[in-house]
Design a protein around this ligand. Structure first.
Ligand code: ATP
Length: 280
């Protein structure tokens, strides 16, 4: 079926619950959706507060991108209600943002689990790489937790299809400088290779229990440090094999960085070895 058709749902089938958090456009609520087959699905409902036509278009563009995605480690879109008040309905990830989850469970989460999360995020990004999509905002705040053993990439608010020139020139000023590759900071150049850099920072966050990268610097100082060759150092409990992968993600030249499919292979190996070590 036509994907626009497939994702059109009726407000009568949605029961809105409590506030989960504040999104860029408005409140996000939990709720329940009754599917055409009668199944009751727990959902997250994104609302849009001051939704004039231009804002509405931006708000819905995130859902527009998500309609075409289908991956076990990407939050799935359930439907869109395009008449006012506009709603975006997504699958609910009960445990919320990975950043908060890491802090809450820091004494329980094991090394293999942290590697597993990194592997799952790399798989989601390898899938986007195959679709020529750049995400542009990879950080633990944009990864949601489904269960102890499953995380999913969410928040496609900044993602774009890469155009013919193979990169997207950003115009927005709300940019996550401390996660960004040098070419993104300098020239607003976003590619799969700059996503690889950001993925490295996100994995660094996972192993540092959601500390802010470069929290000791002002945004304006970051590019200088990067150009001097300074990089985030190995978090205390990060395996050296992971850290050496991260330093490759942070090659100054985009071409020097691994691809996501290569990262999936390396992380699978590291995950397998870590599991074997823990058994013996
Ligand atoms: P920003 O651009 O500032 O990140 P946003 O508009 O993309 O905001 P989100 O960050 O995606 O909004 O959502 C706001 C809050 O709602 C998040 O902190 C998260 O906890 C919660 N949330 C969003 N989507 C889901 C979901 N599918 N399941 C559970 N919680 C969710």
């Amino acid at each position: 079926a036509d994907s626009a058709e497939k994702h059109r749902i009726s407000r009568d089938d949605v029961v809105v619950g409590q506030i989960l958090g504040e999104g860029f456009f408005g409140e996000v609520h939990d709720g329940v959706y009754k599917s055409p087959t009668g199944e009751r699905i727990c959902v997250a409902i994104k609302t849009c507060k001051d939704c004039a036509a231009d804002v509405k278009e931006k708000f819905l563009s995130e859902a527009g991108l998500m309609k075409n995605l289908d991956h076990p480690h990407i939050v799935s879109l359930i439907g869109v209600i395009e008449v006012d008040p506009v709603w975006i309905v997504m699958e609910l990830l009960e445990h919320g943002e990975l950043g908060n989850y890491l802090e809450e469970k820091q004494y329980i989460l094991t090394m293999p689990t942290l590697i597993l999360y990194s592997l799952q995020i790399s798989k989601a990004l390898a899938y986007l790489e195959g679709l020529n999509m750049v995400h542009r905002d990879i950080a633990v705040r944009n990864v949601l937790v489904a269960s102890d053993e499953c995380v999913k990439l969410g928040d496609f608010g900044l993602s774009r299809y890469v155009d013919d020139q193979e990169y997207y020139k950003a115009s927005v000023s709300r940019l996550p400088i401390k996660w960004m590759a040098p070419e993104s900071i300098n020239f607003r150049r976003f590619t799969t290779a700059s996503d690889v850099w950001m993925f490295g920072v996100c994995v660094w966050e996972i192993f540092s229990v959601a500390q802010q990268p470069f929290f000791w610097l002002e945004n304006g100082q970051v590019i200088n440090q990067l150009e001097l060759g300074v990089r985030l150092s190995k978090p205390q409990h990060c395996p050296p094999s992971i850290h050496s992968l991260l330093t490759r993600c942070w090659a100054y030249e985009p071409r020097g960085r691994p691809t996501f499919s290569q990262l999936v292979c390396s992380l699978s190996d590291i995950h397998r070895m870590e599991l074997e070590q823990n058994v013996s």
